[in-house]
Design a protein around this ligand. Structure first.
Ligand SMILES: [Zn+2]
Length: 457
């Protein structure tokens, strides 16, 4: 497509960005984030929660090559965190960077000096977070009989209670399965939705919350649960396995301590470090649960630094969360796989590790187009589509590549939900229903194609 030169350029830019961040000992994110550079700047409140008071989110739109370079050079700089770096649909480069209060003057001066267009989209991130938290109060009361709602973000216990409630109310089609335990001992729960039948039906896997701070993702999965349980026609033809919170430790941590937490909560020290380096290195928490899968693990664009936001872990499936999910998926052998992330409205296909197309590329593209058309019909949102490697940048050890390559799931997709940058990770709860609705339409398209496919075999 005409887009390919632009995407190639972007890949090159992001590769450069990666080099910069790894030299700094920090990570590259699929959201192009370098969190460690922020770590020293974030302060602790009395209740030991990380405060983002005075942090500003900047949307940056460099036009010339020089301008792009100067923006990319900001990666790894003190007080600068990339939330996003990609080409938009028109081919122009956009980035969103979170800037600590102490770095705002320096960063904006630099952008002005280079003539780079930018605007401040969030004036004070802590304000945005506080507004979000206000709407969270008292949402854990589902056990005491209050209904689960979709205009609030819920804590893990409420989401789990909702899953159990669905299973209790619909024993003929719903069942909660515990597939393992997290590092901190939390249950890993999957809800199965499907009419009981004599024959084995094709199955579809849908997960959310792999990255803790992407709160819209678990919320969208619970919306899909709400709607799918009513669709007995579809549940006669297919079984759905839905895991709203694939990283429960990280999810809870993002609610209680650090709204921008991304990884799991295991603890690691740098491997293969020299004795002095090891002495100096502090252990860090968490593995990027989307770099830890046994598919081209550790090859490209993942970090070996335990303190990086993209730390791949000491070995594939080092995390109990990814290990349990992968073992369950292998036994299940689903025909379709969908992993929901946020943000930037992308419908992504394999591969992440390579720019070679999948041998199922044609079918994947066909289904992707149907899915993004369905989304457009429902919400008017335009999701860009293509492989992770071409639309974003190379990543290795991703669950999507593993699902397609190792689990042999033909219809495997990763979705970056909304928004496109007005709120980023701190999306208002009013977006839960619209997002759930557009994803449900896409899920139906994938299911349709996968059922047809299974029939023809
Ligand atoms: Zn993510």
């Amino acid at each position: 497509m005409a887009f390919s030169r632009a995407t190639f350029l972007l890949a090159a830019l992001l590769a450069a960005l990666l080099v910069v961040t790894s030299v700094q000992g920090s990570g590259q994110d699929e959201d192009a984030l370098d969190r460690e550079s922020l770590q020293e700047d974030v302060s602790l409140d009395n209740d030991h929660a990380v405060s983002y008071k005075g942090y500003k989110l900047l949307s940056v739109a460099p036009v010339t090559k020089r301008q792009r370079k100067s923006v990319i050079r900001l990666a790894g700089k003190q007080g600068v965190q990339f939330w996003l770096a990609q080409r938009n649909a028109t081919g122009s480069f956009v980035a969103q960077i979170l800037v600590a209060p102490g770095a705002v003057a320096r960063v904006t001066r630099r952008l002005k000096d280079k003539g780079v267009n930018f605007k401040i989209v969030i004036q004070d991130l802590q304000n945005a977070i506080n507004n979000e938290v206000t709407s969270l109060r008292d949402t854990d009361a589902i056990e005491s009989g209050r209904p689960f709602v979709w205009d609030k973000f819920h804590r893990l216990s409420a989401i789990y209670a909702y899953m159990h409630q669905v299973a209790r109310q619909h024993p003929e089609l719903a069942e909660v399965k515990t597939i393992g335990k997290s590092t901190e001992g939390r249950d890993l729960l999957v809800l199965k939705l499907g009419r009981k039948s004599q024959s084995v039906k094709p199955a579809m896997w849908i997960d959310g919350g792999v990255h803790a701070r992407e709160w819209i993702s678990p919320a969208a999965v619970t919306y899909i649960i709400r709607e799918l349980q009513k669709d007995t026609g579809l549940l006669n033809k297919m079984d759905f396995y839905l895991m709203p919170v694939a990283n429960p430790d990280g999810y809870e941590y993002s609610h209680t301590k650090d709204r921008l937490w991304r990884k799991t909560r295991s603890m690691h020290r740098a491997a293969n470090a020299t004795k002095t380096a090891l002495k100096r290195s502090r252990p860090c928490y968490g593995v990027d649960a989307n770099r830890n899968w046994d598919s081209h693990w550790g090859q490209r664009a993942a970090s070996m630094d335990p303190c990086s936001n993209n730390y791949q872990g000491p070995h594939p499936f080092s995390e109990p969360e990814t290990k349990a999910a992968s073992e369950f998926i292998l036994r299940l052998a689903p025909v379709a796989y969908l992993s929901l992330h946020s943000y930037s409205q992308l419908w992504l296909m394999p591969w992440g590790h390579s720019d070679e197309p999948s041998r199922h590329d044609l079918q994947l593209r066909k289904v992707s187009l149907k899915a993004v058309e369905a989304i457009q019909d429902v919400s008017g949102h335009t999701y860009q589509t293509g492989s992770i490697n071409t639309v974003l940048y190379p990543i290795s050890g991703s669950s999507l590549d593993w699902a397609h390559e190792k689990a042999g799931i033909r219809y495997a997709f990763l979705v970056e939900l909304g928004d496109t940058g007005d709120y980023g990770f701190v999306l208002p709860a009013s977006e839960i229903e619209p997002t759930g609705k557009e994803m449900l339409a896409a899920v139906r398209e994938v299911a349709k194609a996968a059922i047809e496919d299974a029939k023809s075999k």
